[in-house]
Structure formats: structure tokens, C-alpha cells
Design a protein around this ligand. Sequence first.
Ligand code: SF4
Ligand code: SF4
Length: 210
Amino acid sequence: MSRWILRGLKKGIITSRFPKNEPETISPWSTLPVYMKNSYKGCPTDAIHNNEVDLRRCISCGRCSSSFSPSLNVNNSIILRSERYLKKSLKIYVLDAGSCGACNTELHALSNPFYDMNRLGIFFVNTPKQADALFVIGVLSEQMKRVVKEAYDIMAEPKLVFAMGACPASGNILGSSLSGILDADVIIGGCPPDPFVILNAIMNARGDVS
Ligand code: SF4
Ligand code: SF4
């Protein structure tokens, strides 16, 4: 935060110019495998098949890379369905179904002056009744499966479902994934995803980028 304040005092503007410009920062944990050994057999989440990384399973642990370094791929998401009606304003309801707290932190960061998601017409709301998009984070316990379904059912059409992070995308080793409860329209890879990855996924899903 102090870095942003100093930068703001110096330059007058602290907000990122993304998506117009490339992301200026990268979270140290926003890592993707940069090089995979053919012989590597130790992925803890079984995310590597034919030297391809399954974004739904990868927890960005870095064990598959011999020269591992943080690398940001803003396209670390899978868009299965988009909704152009939501282009001007997207209201997001976040449902924490059992996260470790890191995905929440990245979502919170979207509201700070650096990422400033409001400038892109993206807002958080406190009830699924007002939401256009349901963000599910965390692994799903039996009790939370019912809650997720109920939240989805009371949302008005058109609506989108985002499975954010490896937890809802794959169950993250031990838990339950979102599949079987709801069909995700967007799967955001990462554990947790970088805020720029989240912003990019949202803009793609509502058709900002054709
Ligand atoms: S979880 Fe991801 S980073 Fe870790 S070994 Fe598997 S593919 Fe590589
Ligand atoms: S995807 Fe990773 S960072 Fe996000 S809640 Fe699950 S364990 Fe935590």
C-alpha cells in the first residue's frame, strides 16, 4: 500500500491502466509453470497431462518447473459462455463456500485504488437478488452445495456463474468442485488468481473483448 501512496504522490495517478496497457504488477503467488520437465511425475493435483497444464487443477505450486519464477498469464481462464447484455455494468455476488481466504483477498483488491474495478463498470453487491454474476470460491461442503444452488436460483436472468480458483474448479485435491451443482460459465485458474486475471476473465465473459 505504501508503495502505491508514494507512486500516487509522485505521479498523481495510482490506478492501473489495464486493460489499455499491460499489467504493471504481478503478485508473487501468481505463478504458472514456465518450463515442464518431460519426466516430471510429481504434480500434487494431477494437473499435467501430455505436458499440458489443466487450469482447473493447477494450484500454482511451481513443482513442475525447474527454473521457476513468477509469471503472469492474464488469460488464465476458460470462458464457456459469455453474456454481452452485461457489458455496461456487472454486479457480482461472491459466495465463499469454504475458501482458505486467499481468493477473498484477491477479490477485495479489485476495489482498491490500484485495480479500481468500478471504473470498468464492475461492482460487488450483498445479495444474489441484485447480482448478474455469482462468484463461487472455495471447496464445497455438503451444506454449502444447497446454499450455492439457492443463491443461483434467486438470481434474475441473464446471469453468469464464475468458478474462481482451483477449489470450485476441481475440488483442490480433497474437497468437492462446483460441477454437479451448477454449470460454471467461466473458470478462473489460479490458487489464488491474480486480480488482473480476474478482471480479464470478467471482461471477456461480458464480451468487452471480441
Ligand atoms: S499444481 Fe500446477 S504448478 Fe504445481 S506441479 Fe501441478 S501443474 Fe505444476
Ligand atoms: S483456490 Fe487456492 S487460494 Fe483460492 S480458496 Fe482455494 S486454496 Fe485458497
